[in-house]
Design a protein around this ligand. Structure first.
Ligand code: ATP
Length: 599
């Protein structure tokens, strides 16, 4: 990273943080001022003690009436504590509003992002931003400003009072603090030189850990455990080495820095210089008292400021991630006056093309219609664009060219709730939420009655399995409801059955099922698909050979379409895929298509 990049990144970080905090900025500034003023007032009694001591010394022979000084000190202390409390309260109220607003905004945003955004990467991002980063921002808005205010107030009070008392003593008492900053700067510079290597090695250890954990089953199967283990060990050793190089110059300088502002060091400097000044006749022993009382007390606030600045860096990162979450590009929402209700549920793709953000064109010139009550199958080699095409119907993303119509209306002009009332889906990567089995099935229709949910579960052949769970339908997924891949598929079929949408998108519906589960899934789907408009993706051609229409995709384009027999006779890509899959033999031995959803 060049210096310019670094400066740019720093500016970006700063603006992300100030943008996140902007709605409560005024209140935070006020809370900081309250905390700083409160701290200064709370320190007044210490100055009062020095003042009373001076009076007692200077007027030793006359009786003293320090009552008004004590009363003043007490009032000041109470006022200080009250101001600090008010600052804390204000900061916490502001924080409460900020985190509430951010969470609601994030939830609103997530409800509008394309479904295609929710991949494995995205769920990690959401968790990081909604939980960890929100906690960091809470710490910043609720605690950082008031803590910084208290620290600055204490340092300012000590500096002002001591410089006003005797600038020469104050200047000498400041020497350890100047030394602290010099050692700190040296430590930062020394570690900064090794920082890039440290970060790079840390990244390497993370990748090696992911490779190690995710690759273990595969590598065990193929006997490569030793190699991946060696890779992980090398990354760990590399990190340990970089850590040593990073911390060695840091540790010595930081130890010196902390020693400089240990209260005993500051007190020692105050007493030694005070003794010298007294010996030279510059000051009296009483003049040393405020320095002995206040100067060591400034050490803790200085250290606190240092720690707070460190925390601020973590908050910069958190603010950037939260801003990124709130800035995910949305699908166009149906503008209320353009919003239309579909007339029926015929589907038409008109010259649809689609490019992923990477610039990779996954679909081009796709035009076809799904007539109500028919089954259309999408087949083609891996990477042909089948999933991309099918998911376009669910608005995982919008086409970059052309349009998709439901009941004569562009999907972009249909409210998403209305769309999912018409189009149901059972996809390959089934996602169940950590809630009861009942809630998982009723996800799209929370008002469904227990009888309706049970009927859907029976239709999906999962009812008996649910009853066998410790708490039946109340069992919680991931706790006492641990489903196999095939069972999860059946729960998602029950979901779709309950929604009763007239159009159904099926993607690799039996991908994660064992043989017994697959039969149950096929049976459930074939009953459910009857009479509906179905768009099914299948890798196994024999499972869709009875479809009303088969679209053959290759390189993002429809290269052939028709019924099974016609496509075979044509001798093109479909016929080649059929031959390569030896489906003739499979069909002959009757292991293929019985009960297929598409038939
Ligand atoms: N999120 C993505 N970002 C970028 N490119 C993608 C993404 N998802 C898919 N692609 C690319 O788009 C093309 C079509 O992918 P798609 O998953 O639709 O094909 P498919 O026919 O369903 O493949 P398969 O049968 O292997 O599932 C492929 O080249 C793929 O690499």
């Amino acid at each position: 990273m060049t210096a310019q990049d670094a400066a740019g990144a720093a500016t970006g970080q700063r603006s992300a943080l100030s943008l996140v905090l902007r709605p409560i900025q005024g209140r935070l500034v006020f809370a900081t001022i309250l905390a700083a003023t409160g701290t200064m007032l709370a320190l007044v009694p210490l100055a009062g003690i020095a003042h009373v001591a001076r009076l007692a010394w200077e007027h030793a022979d006359t009786p003293m009436h320090p009552g008004s000084i004590f009363r003043g000190a007490l009032v000041s202390l109470l006022a200080g504590v009250l101001l600090m409390l008010a600052g804390e309260l204000l900061a916490h109220m502001a924080d409460n509003r900020l985190t509430r607003d951010l969470r609601i905004e994030a939830a609103r945003r997530l409800a509008q992002v394309p479904l295609g955004w929710f991949g494995a990467r995205a769920s990690g991002e959401v968790k990081q931003a909604l939980q960890d980063d929100m906690a960091t921002l809470h710490a910043l808005s609720a605690h950082f400003c008031t803590a910084a205010g208290r620290a600055v107030g204490a340092i300012a009070f000590c500096a002002l009072y001591l410089y006003a008392s005797d600038w020469r003593m104050a200047a000498i008492a400041s020497v350890p603090f100047v030394g602290f900053f010099l050692f700190l700067r040296h430590a930062m510079r020394a570690s900064g030189a090794n920082m890039q290597d440290f970060v790079a090695r840390m990244g390497r250890i993370n990748s090696a850990a992911v490779e190690f954990t995710t690759g273990v089953p595969v590598l065990k199967t193929f006997g490569g455990t030793r190699r991946v283990h060696a890779g992980y060990t090398a990354a760990v050793d590399g990190f340990a080495q970089a850590f040593t190089e990073f911390t060695r110059p840091l540790v010595a300088s930081m130890a010196h820095a902390h020693a400089m502002i240990a209260p005993v060091t500051v007190l020692g400097v105050v007493l030694a210089s005070g003794g010298l000044f007294i010996a030279w006749g510059w000051i009296t022993p009483l003049d040393v008292l405020p320095f002995a009382l206040l100067a060591p007390g400034a050490c803790a606030p200085v250290l606190l400021l240092h720690t707070l600045l460190h925390d601020l860096q973590a908050a910069h990162g958190a603010a950037q991630r939260v801003r990124a979450l709130l800035g995910i590009p949305l699908l166009d929402q149906a503008v209320p006056d353009r919003r239309q209700r579909p007339d029926g549920h015929a589907i038409r793709f008109e010259d649809v093309s689609f490019e992923y953000g990477t610039g990779h064109r996954a679909l081009s010139g796709i035009s076809f219609a799904l007539e109500p009550g028919t089954v259309t199958a999408l087949v083609g080699p891996s990477g042909a664009g089948k999933s991309t095409l099918a998911r376009m119907l669910l608005r995982f993303s919008d086409p970059t060219g052309g349009r998709v119509l439901l009941g004569g209306v562009d999907l972009r002009n249909i409210d998403s709730a209305e769309l999912y009332r018409h189009v149901g889906f059972v996809l390959q990567d089934v996602r169940l939420i950590r809630a009861s089995v009942f809630d998982n099935i009723a996800l799209g229709r929370p008002s469904a009655s227990p009888q309706e949910v049970e009927r859907a579960a029976r239709a999906a052949h999962i009812h008996e399995r649910i009853l066998a769970l410790p708490r039946g339908y109340d069992s919680v997924v991931g706790e006492d409801a641990l489903f196999s891949g095939g069972e999860m598929q059946r729960v998602s079929i029950a979901r779709a059955v309950l929604l009763d949408a007239p159009v159904l998108v099926l993607d690799e519906a039996t991908a994660s099922a064992d043989a017994e589960s697959e039969a149950a899934i096929q049976d459930a789907l074939s009953r459910f698909a009857r009479g509906r408009t179905v768009l099914v993706i299948a890798h196994r051609l024999d499972s869709v050979m009875h479809a009303d229409r088969i679209l053959v995709l290759d390189g993002g384009e429809i290269v052939e379409q028709g019924r099974h027999a016609g496509l075979l006779a044509r001798g093109g890509l479909y016929a080649r895929l059929w031959r390569q899959g030896r489906y003739d033999e499979l069909v002959a031995s009757d292991t293929g298509v019985e009960g297929s959803p598409s038939c």
